[in-house]
Structures are given as structure tokens and as C-alpha cells.
Design a protein around this ligand. Sequence first.
Ligand code: PLP
Length: 424
Amino acid sequence: MASMEAQSTRVFLPPGISPRLAAAAEEALAQVAPQWEAAARRGEELQWRVLACLQEQRLGEADLGAGVGYGYGDSGRAKLDRAMARLFGAEAALVRQSVVSGTHAVALALFAALRPGDELLVATGEPYPSLAGILGLRHGTPGSLAEWGVSCRVADGPERAAAAVGPRTKAVLIQRSRGYAWRSSLGVGAIGELIGRLRAARPELRTVVDNCYGELVEELEPTAVGADLIAGSLIKNPGGGLAPGGGYVAGRAELVERAAARLTAPGLGSQIGPALSPHRIFFQGLFLAPQVVAAAVQGAVFAARFFELLGFETLPGWEEPRTDIVQAVRLGSAEAVLAFCRGVQLSAPVDAHAVPEPGDLPGYSQPVVMAGGTFVQGASLELSADAPLAPPYVVYLQGGLTRSHAVWGAVGAARELERRGFLP
Ligand SMILES: *Cc1c(COP(=O)(O)O)cnc(C)c1O
């Protein structure tokens, strides 16, 4: 007789899949039950915490609307900032629709932390491609930190970072999620230890964490373990799949205000800026975010085991602890990457008929293929997959607004691999 636990992980599978895929999916679903249970539990605990943060702000109907003009005295804006700060264990937060992306949010944090003549050390190795422009690693990018007289060095991974702190190093950038690198993401515990080692080398160092894809996966955020600033995108985790855009910076109040001065103007800072579109969807997204993130984590754990059973190398492994929602699968060829992305796209609610093609994106130096099919363009807490079309041909799968959709995306990708003869 099936136990209640086995029952609880039963997911409707797409009809018509091959016996091999059905068997692998059923086996994976049965095996990941403990991880799914843990993710669901984390999602509930964190949603409870979000609820408390909103109540603490005395969120009311009047806070849910939009602002126009200067946007002075916008209570919704202030309450969203404070609720997010409390949730993240930070002194302050700047949560804005006018932050165009995660890259923009990280740029605000770095320009807040650094001044001409300073040096930035990237602690986690080669940074996410879209950050290279901010740092000035890509020669001649207009407006880069390099143009402002800030130099940048990349340390050879977190273990070597403290030893790499030099006399002019003023700030350190720590990337939590793996980006397009075949390495482990950095858990919040490991980030706390790294910050400890960096502060032992130089107590006044400013630490900035690129928190993209990490929010609400673990109990704590990096701001609760000593990070001076964290930054991320609202079309990833903290927008709950509902926010139509935006980004945030959170951390020490004085630095968050400097980020606001960069976003608006010195002297204006965080007290100005009309919301233009109503705050409602951002509060609603934040309220749902923990459980949507939990579904995405469940999908990633399923995909890890499912693709491993099908003969692929996956990172992280299905039993490893999670600090972000991204699942890397090593496919080994450009054709297999394209088939995988096609399968994810075929599983989408929007543009399922479109065929993902590699293209050049602003901020990326290699052609990247992206399977989206999302309600919000580029939103990657929604089911999505992307890959630089270059060796070692690894695809990065993430998101799913429900755990069933996340499972269908992985199964859909496998179905295309199977159809084209790419299953080992
Ligand atoms: C998504 C992401 C970013 C920012 O990307 P945007 O597309 O600008 O939002 C930065 N760093 C990492 C590690 C990311 O995953």
C-alpha cells in the first residue's frame, strides 16, 4: 500500500510520454519526497514571516495604489521598503519598480559602496556576465566603475578571497548563485564565514552580495550574517512571480541611502519617485514569494534527480542543500542545449509555439539561448531555461510558479532530448 508520503508527492504527468520518461519521473518524485517536504515547510515558515512583516507595517488598502509626479509621501513605497528590510534582517531596503533589472540593482549597490581610487575585489571568481559591464571588465563600457576610477580584481574563488585583499580594496562583491559557471552556489552560512575571513583581513571592508535567485530559499538572507548590502531582481524570487519588474537593494541604512542617491539624485535619495503602477501586485508578490520559491526549489530538486536518472550530470545533486533555485544540467552539445530549451518552451503558457534561438543580449559576451514563455518578459521565477551556447554546454533550468509546472518543464525538456536522440 502506498504510504501517505508517497501520495503527497504525486504529480500529474504530461500524457503520452514514453515509458522510460514516465518511470524516471515517478522514481524521481518518490525519491525527492523528503526534500520536497523540507522545501514546503521552509516556504510556509517564511510566508508566516512575510505576513508578520506586512502586519507590522499596518499595511492598509490606502497603501496599495500608485503614485504620480514626485511621489512625495508615498506610504506604500515606504511600507514595502520597511517590510522587505525586516524580512531580510536589514536596517533598510530600497524596493523600486524603476530598478530595471538585477544587474541595475547590483550596480546601485556597488556605486553606493565604492568611491574613486577604491578597488573592488570579486570574491567568487568570474562574475555573472551582465556584471562585467558594471565592473569595467569589458573594455570601454560607458559609465562603468572603471570610468569612475574604481579598479576591479577577481579572486580565484571564496577560499582565496581573504588572501587577495589588497591595500586599496574597499569593497568585496560576493555572488550567491552560480551564474553560468559549473561550480557550487554559495550558501548563506558560507557567505557569513567568508565575510568573517574578509573582515579579519580588513575590518572596514564593505561587503556586497549579488543575491539574485537566492532570496527566500534559506531561512536567512546574507544581510542577517554580516553583508553590508544585498541586491536582486523582482522578476526573480522576491517578486513572487507577480511583480512585473523592479529590483531591490537592502542592508545598512547609510549605504542604502547612497544607492537611492544613485538611483534618483544626490539630495533626493529614497524620498522621491512615483510608483506609477500600483504597489498592490508587489505586496501580493512578496506575500506569495516564499511558497512560489518553494515550488521552484521542489522543481529544481526533481530535475536534478530526474536528469541524473536519465544519465546526465547535474549540479547541485538532488540531495545537496539548496541556496538558490537554479538547476544546472550538463548536456554536452549545442544541439542538446537547443533541444532542451525547445522542450521547456513547449511547456510554457505563453509563446509555447516559439522556437528559442541563440542571440546576443545586452550585457552578455557570448550568444545565449533562453526558453521563456513567461507572463512577464524574462521573468525567471517563472519556468525558464537558459544557456550560453559554448562548451561545456550546460543548461540552467529554474522556476515554475507551481511545482507541477516546474515538473512539466523538466519532463518536456527530456521529451525533446529523447525525440532527437540526445538521451544517453
Ligand atoms: C539574474 C542574475 C543577475 C541579474 O540579471 P538581470 O537579468 O539583470 O536581472 C545577476 N547575477 C546573477 C547571479 C543572476 O542570476
